[in-house]
Design a protein around this ligand. Sequence first.
Ligand code: HEM
Length: 504
Amino acid sequence: MESSVLLYYYGVVLILLIGVMVLNMFWWKPRKMKRYFMEQGIRGPSYMPFIGSLGELAKMYARATPPPSPTPPSHPHHSILPYVFPHLHAWREHYGRAFLYFYGRSPRLQITDPELIKEFTMNPRNFSQSIQHPLVHNLLGKGIVASGGDTWATQRKTLSPYFFMESLKGVSTVAQGAAEEMIQRWSELIGSNEVEIEVLLEFEKVSQCIIAKMLFGNDAEQAMPMLQMQAEQSAISSRSVKSFYIPGFKFFPTSVNRRSKWLRRETERRFDELIERRYRSGGQRDDDWLELMISSRSMSRQQIIDECCTFMIAGSESTNLLLTWACFLLSIHTEWQVRAREELHQVLKGQRPNVETINQLKTLNMIINETLRLYTPLPFVMKIVNEQVKIGNLTIPAGVGVEMPIIAVHHDPKQWGENFDQFDPSRFAEGVSKAAKHPMAYMPFMLGPRICMGMNFALIEAKVVLAMVLQDFTFVISPAYKHDLVFGLSLKPKYGTPLLFHKI
Ligand code: HEM
């Protein structure tokens, strides 16, 4: 046979093979997966080759707008699910509390039953983290949030002592100092007037300052630019995670990619300098976390940088949002401000709060819990199944992304009753395990061995700062406030949170 004819046949076979592979990837496999779950009683929206369920999802997001806020916005509603996560709301209503959809050709199983979430999260070896987007990698590196398996277990063991109660006492002292400085500034600004303050920006500064002090001690001031760079990196990643990632796109020199790379390089360079100075000073410094990491001698320089980058963002953004949402809620439900202030008066008797006295502030605690329920800062967690796993009556094959939308559990009438979308801190009067139908339906820090490491850190910080603000000011919502939210990596007020403050 002539060589050109042979080449022709080879070409045809190759094209056929590629065709079969494409068909398998984009048609047979997803349909097989859909059938597999259907047999287990799990339904979901239809699958379209290449785009999966994304077409339907995009239409829902395009249509989703928040209901108009009353003017003045004295009582914005808290029923946020239908417009912040419209697909979640609509598909839950239609297909039930567990459903399957396709992100492109990747199968995603949503579970909102707390019992299933508890079972799934119990064994972290069953899953790996879902952080695949290169821009998120620039934010967190190979720090603990991004890692899995044995590496994660070692990281968790090494870092856990920083969060023991003894070292958390420092958080309360540092938080008190940072809040005092902020209050001083506000007091000078307010005088005897009523003044509008953008609390989202103010609490960002405070929470950055607190984590910087815990991480870098006396070098905190110098480290502040790195925290701001991480905040910018987080904003870039937040915008990007919503878009569909095309493999290899990170190599394109777009302005976003270039900025993100520059921020990563610059943060690493500054860290390197800081760590180098610490090495040269021979360990004669405070017992801040950076020093603890360096002197443990179990972490490489890159690991230290990655963990610090992780803590800089995990330790400031969510706590900032907790404080912001708590003040927003108190500014419209002012009766709870009065109750919290009365309690502060009775318990603290004019003293500033500390790690011991905050435990006696029951009303403040209920307000924080209710804030974390309604406006949970990290509303969404996803993991990729490593090896087939069984939870409840469900068998989930490897490769499936399991989505656990905390916010949907927190806004589920089945768990919280018909007033699920109302601010009612008293539902936590008997403690978190009795607040909902299922004892674990309240999960702002997630569940299982990968539960947030900084939970106590965040709660101490939030209680100290909020208590001090309540001791010195009354506040109401500003007429400039517009109730809309945006979700990237965390749940933020879209147009900030301007509140009107008055000095007591
Ligand atoms: C209100 C504030 C906070 C909330 C709502 C929150 C929530 C969460 C959630 C839901 C997770 C699980 C994420 C996942 O599995 O994908 C998590 C993990 C984590 N958080 Fe927080 N967090 C807060 C504050 C903090 C603070 C202040 C720190 C550190 C100082 C911190 C450090 C971490 C770390 C290191 C992990 C990863 C733990 C692991 O994978 O083993 N968080 N957080």
